[in-house]
Ligand binder design. Structure first.
Ligand SMILES: C[S@@+](CC[C@H](N)C(=O)[O-])C[C@H]1O[C@@H](n2cnc3c(N)ncnc32)[C@H](O)[C@@H]1O
Length: 259
């Protein structure tokens, strides 16, 4: 299907450099390239090529990884590799209801929304209004804002402000074990939890808290991903490989019921 007005697309040059544009059938501002005649997008589809001032670009519809990589940044985002692991380990799918702590820049929010839309929703608890607003701009840019809500406050003590129980609770905050007692009533029995923390001592605290609270399948892991430089006759790990990002801790809630 040809590109539609309002769609966000990226144009990639021969060196893999990307610039972003919002499609309109009038004049379109293409990041760092100036304005071009937007009616040119009307005849183009995903992966088609376009020449602008003598340079060739391929126009793509972004997937969730490109969207996350191009967010307006404030707080450090959860990387796509870690977000992907969260989606799998927490079994996040279309229709799920998710409570997220820590909007940050909306990185994980974007990945969660992408997975739960259009039937589900994500509700984010965030301490700082400024961060919630930045995350809001980012999710609006990718058209997922109608599935998102947020509340400002401290997740360790605030009323989450939803009248439903979540299938999944994610916490990207420094002391998730202190928010657990306040939030676990908002997670349904059988629901899944993920805490994302940068340091080992935080892993220990949240694992202990989850075990003491009776969670099942409590496990912690680190994701190491190595990109490869591939050249004829020379294939080796990239020097740019992202090192440590964070540790992921998972668990699953038991109900209080016993036969
Ligand atoms: C590292 S950032 C989250 C990044 C986000 N996951 C992303 O991918 O863009 C952590 C966020 O948690 C928020 N935060 C920290 N402590 C909190 C608390 N007690 N309650 C609610 N939010 C909190 C911070 O203000 C910050 O926005």
């Amino acid at each position: 299907m040809a590109f539609q007005e309002g769609e966000t697309v990226y144009l990639e040059d021969a060196n893999g450099k990307r610039v972003w544009a919002k499609v309109a059938y009038g004049m379109v501002k293409v990041q760092s390239l100036g304005a071009i005649d937007g009616t040119r997008f009307r005849d183009l589809d995903d992966g088609d090529r376009l020449t602008i001032v003598g340079r060739e670009y391929t126009v793509f519809r972004p997937g969730v990884t490109e969207l996350m990589d191009s967010l307006e940044r404030g707080a450090q985002i959860i990387s796509p590799k870690d977000a992907a692991t969260i989606l799998m380990h927490c079994d996040v799918k279309c229709g799920d209801r998710v409570i997220e702590v820590g909007a940050g820049s909306g990185g994980l929010t974007t990945a969660l929304l992408h997975a739960v839309a259009p039937e589900g929703r994500v509700h984010t608890l965030e301490l700082k209004e400024e961060n919630a607003h930045r995350a809001g701009r980012n999710v609006a840019r990718v058209g997922l804002d109608r599935y998102w809500s947020y509340a400002i406050g401290d997740a360790r003590e605030m009323d989450p402000g939803v009248d439903w129980q979540a299938d999944v609770l994610t916490m990207d905050m420094p002391d998730p074990w202190l928010a657990l007692p306040n939030l676990e009533g908002s997670l349904r029995a059988g629901g899944r939890i993920c805490a994302y923390v940068p340091n080992m001592n935080q892993v220990e605290s949240i694992v202990v808290a989850l075990r003491e609270a009776g969670y099942s399948d409590v496990h912690a892991l680190e994701n190491i991903q190595r990109y490869l430089e591939v050249h004829p006759g020379g294939v080796r790990p990239s020097f740019d490989t992202l090192g440590h990002t964070g540790y992921l801790v998972f668990g699953r809630k038991r109900s209080g019921k016993k036969e």
